[in-house]
Design a protein. Structure first.
Length: 474
């Protein structure tokens, strides 16, 4: 059995990744801040312990008994006088221990109250451990909480009885402040994540809106409606995607349009020869001469139909990107080859006119096809003996290939339509031909395939000149 999972949209995936990254980043920041604060607490306690013990160590040899004006004669009195003059921090205890390290000492403390459950002076076992320790600094782990301590031992030389000065610090409150800051950061991070969720959802929706439009447009496209386009806003990747999709729709629209034109043109233009063929076949009798004439007419119509179909297929293929395949070509050689080929098209006065001697990039076969078509067109609308000139010339940033005849010319009202399909003109040079009216449309397609154009100009002295203009690199 196949298990189908719900599809997760790109908007949700982007938002989830954003939240995961932000959660990890904010969590790392909170943990790092907590670690720094805890380290600062430990560093400050160490400095305080060092400072207090250093001050007492300096007081021992320099202290003066206020009663005698001389040196202290006992460690107990030295400790009492010193402790009376000190101001401890809220979490700090300053204690004096009078007695040898092996015995239970007398505890001398300042007149200040600490919470009974945390005060070190009430914990005789902890006092005995500190007094008996040979270390100057240490840490006590007690059920009431941790204690950091430092000790300065007073030797017998300072009085008749030894003792010790003890600085004890309770770090719980300081560390609680660091922990409170940590939890505050986590709470703020949670609020930031919620805000990011809302903002990210809105921003992701706005950024991905063109993508949704692409999907909706693609779902709504049909062969009958390819006119919808996506609005392009900005210059980012989404805008580039929209432009690419619009370009694809342009190509599809042109392709379907060419297909429809092909079908319409084929149906329109082939209907007449098919009707002629059917009519002659239906009326064909048993007379051999009649049958021979019918076969000739039918064959002629079928040849014309085949030529029309080939021309229509050529025009339909003009929309493909590989319709023309440019490559370096010597223009003089191309012009001379065209001249040689068209001389057999009719009994005319053929003349090789100007020849441009340079190399250009074009599709030699397609360009030859266009020039031969123009020459054939000139033959159809001239009489034997009239001159037809073939030539090429180079202008600034462009080249021109032309076919000029000295026939009757083209009326202005026909000059606008002769390059359209199946449009031969109502009075073109006063004659009508048997062609389907696709020749000049093919020439126009070849010119546009080279990103050029075909123009109709008047021939000096009368006639028509067709010019293929191609842009060249400057």
């Amino acid at each position: 059995m196949t298990v189908s999972f719900p599809r997760i949209s790109a908007r949700v995936r982007i938002l989830l990744w954003l939240l995961v990254v932000m959660a990890v980043a904010l969590g790392a920041v909170a943990v790092t801040v907590r670690s720094i604060l805890q380290r600062d607490v430990d560093h400050r306690i160490s400095q305080l312990l060092t400072q207090e013990t250093g001050e007492f160590a300096n007081f021992v040899p320099q202290g003066v008994d206020p009663d005698t004006g001389g040196r202290f004669d006992t460690a107990e009195k030295l400790l009492r006088v010193y402790l009376q003059r000190q101001y401890a921090d809220p979490d700090e205890e300053l204690l004096g221990l009078s007695g040898p390290p092996g015995d239970r000492p007398l505890v001398i403390r300042q007149r200040r109250e600490l919470p009974p459950d945390t005060a070190l002076w009430r914990d005789r076992a902890a006092i005995d451990r500190i007094h008996a320790s040979k270390d100057s600094f240490g840490t006590l782990e007690r059920p009431q909480g941790e204690v950091r301590w430092a000790k300065v031992v007073i030797g017998p030389s300072a009085g008749k009885q030894p003792g010790a000065f003890v600085v004890a610090f309770h770090p719980e409150r300081e560390r609680a402040v660091a922990d409170k800051t940590f939890w505050t950061l986590l709470a703020l991070s949670g609020v930031a994540l919620l805000m990011t969720t809302g903002i990210g959802w809105a921003v992701a929706g706005r950024i991905l809106a063109p993508v949704r439009i692409v999907r909706q447009t693609a779902a709504e496209l049909t062969e009958q409606d390819l006119t919808r386009r996506i609005p392009v806003e900005g210059r980012d990747d989404i805008a580039a995607l929209a432009e690419t999709f619009n370009a694809m729709l342009d190509r599809l629209e042109r392709a379907f349009a060419a297909q429809r034109v092909f079908v319409d043109d084929a149906g329109h233009e082939l209907r007449t020869p098919i009707t002629i063929v059917r009519g002659h076949l239906e009326l064909m009798g048993d007379d051999p001469a009649d049958r021979e004439e019918t076969v000739r007419l039918v064959t002629d119509e079928l040849d014309r139909m085949s030529r029309i179909v080939e021309d229509l297929l050529l025009l339909a293929g003009a929309e493909r990107p590989d319709f023309v395949r440019p490559e370096p070509v010597q223009l003089a050689e191309l012009t001379a080859d065209v001249y040689v080929k068209v001389r057999t098209l009719g009994d005319r006065e053929w003349q090789l006119d100007n020849v441009a001697d340079l190399e250009v990039r074009l599709d030699e076969q397609r360009m030859t096809q266009a020039m031969v078509q123009l020459a054939q067109n000139a033959v159809q609308h001239t009489v034997p003996g009239q001159r037809i000139r073939i030539g090429s010339r180079a202008e600034e940033n462009r080249v021109e290939l032309y076919v000029a005849d000295h026939g009757p010319g083209i009326p202005p009202e026909d000059a606008e339509v002769i390059f359209e399909r199946f449009r031969r003109g109502t009075s073109r040079r006063g004659t009508r031909t048997s062609g389907a009216g696709l020749g000049l449309a093919i020439v126009k397609a070849i010119a546009e395939g080279h990103h050029g154009r075909v123009e109709l100009r008047r021939t000096e002295g009368g006639g028509a000149t067709f010019v293929l203009t191609l842009e060249t690199a400057s």
